[in-house]
Ligand binder design. Structure first.
Ligand SMILES: Cc1cc2nc3c(=O)[nH]c(=O)nc-3n(C[C@H](O)[C@H](O)[C@H](O)COP(=O)(O)O)c2cc1C
Length: 364
């Protein structure tokens, strides 16, 4: 295999990194046989969940970690330089690979393509101490996992998600996001989330599909037919109870810079791959964190007057659940449990679609 083939194989595996709503906010550039660049673009302009680009930055971290793991199969070590002159919302990372014959293959390599989000109910069987230890090791020395297990804690977390989902489903700004990221009547999707991976039953999915045609329909259903109840029960409350535990990934130092979030993303991906290695499943639960951050910063994020007050309530509830410091220093949240992997999932855009023409070729 030539170096060029190896580099393409590494990027091809890198594609499987997770990103919020499967947006894949990156493009690749092959510059030399052992030098590539990642051109990121965050979605803060149009996605209410991508507050200050942090969700995208966590995804960039997941991508860079996946690439580092993929490179280890060829004994290539990855060094990353963040081009500081690149704009914050469109960061560029140079990836330099160096052959290191003694480099061990990363044990998480074979889980890159198998890792997927599970949004449906999981078994309530508790995690054992070995599993908890492996997951805590995966996030490394700069992050901790705060666990919420046991029925009472899971119920409190599920109620927080239920409240957060009400805001999510009644926010016009979120409607635009949901409308653009769901692929209807699909088991797989290369650039979106297939509706069958959402976790709702077929009837509720049909109603959601009908409603998604226009904000007026959503508004009508919400107002007169309790339209948020069925999706919130199926997508938030029930799965919130049906898992082994919820977790909060907390940074020991308050994350401030983009590089802090990228580091969090690298560790989050090691956590998720370890979940897969252990035969477990995971679903991120990012919205309470996002709404809570809006409330903390006192930022208006919707044209609807009720939104700020709802976000403040979510923040209060979150603080009661995990404490004020954990709430402020959390970088990720989710649930984990036993059970089969999802049968419907997001796929990825083909590598050729993600590859930019080489800069020197572009200048010709
Ligand atoms: C930063 C980040 C935030 C995410 N937030 C959520 C979330 O709140 N709820 C959810 O169900 N999935 C969430 N996801 C999962 C993505 O939707 C999922 O990774 C993506 O659609 C690709 O699917 P796959 O992970 O199955 O390959 C998140 C992923 C990332 C990287």
């Amino acid at each position: 295999m030539t170096s060029d083939d190896k580099l393409r194989r590494i990027l091809d595996l890198g594609r499987w990194a997770p990103s919020g709503d499967n947006t894949q906010p990156w493009r690749f550039e092959i510059i030399a046989p052992m030098h590539a660049a990642v051109h990121g673009f965050d979605t803060r302009e149009h996605c209410v969940y991508d507050l200050d680009g942090h969700s995208s930055q966590i995804a960039f971290g997941a991508l860079l970690e996946t690439i580092a793991i993929a490179a280890s199969q060829f004994g290539w070590q990855l060094s990353i330089t963040h081009r500081q002159e690149s704009p914050e919302s469109r960061p560029v990372f140079d990836l330099y690979f160096e052959a290191k014959p003694d480099l061990a293959v990363d044990p998480l390599l074979s889980y890159i393509e198998r890792r997927t989000v599970q949004r449906r109910p999981m078994s309530t069987r508790a995690l054992n101490q070995d599993q908890i230890r492996a997951l805590e090791n995966a996030v490394g020395p700069n992050f901790s996992l705060v666990w919420k297990h046991g029925f009472k804690n899971k119920l409190a977390t599920a109620m927080l998600l239920f409240r957060s989902a009400k805001l999510r489903l009644t926010l016009p700004e979120a409607f635009e996001v949901h409308r653009s990221v769901i692929e209807w009547q699909a088991q797989f999707s290369a650039d979106k989330i297939p509706d069958q991976a959402l976790g709702s039953d077929p009837l509720t999915t049909r109603v959601m599909r009908f409603a998604m045609h226009s904000w007026e329909r959503v508004h009508f259903l919400n107002r007169f037919l309790a339209g948020t109840w069925a999706p919130r029960l199926q997508l938030d409350l029930l799965p919130g109870l049906s898992c082994a535990a919820h977790f909060l990934m907390v940074a020991h130092q308050s994350p401030k810079t983009m590089d802090d979030y990228i580091e969090a993303g690298r560790r989050m991906q090691r956590l998720w791959l370890t979940v897969t290695q252990l035969g477990l499943s995971m679903q991120p639960e990012i919205t309470p964190l996002v709404f809570s951050r809006y409330a903390k910063d006192g930022r208006t994020f919707s044209r609807e007057a009720f939104a700020n007050a709802s976000a403040r309530q979510i923040r209060d509830e979150m603080q009661m659940l995990v404490g004020a410091q954990n709430c402020d220093q959390a970088v990720f949240m989710g649930r984990i449990g036993h059970g089969p992997a999802a049968t419907s999932r997001s796929l990825r855009r083909p590598l050729d679609e993600l590859l930019l023409p080489n800069a020197s070729a572009r200048n010709v």
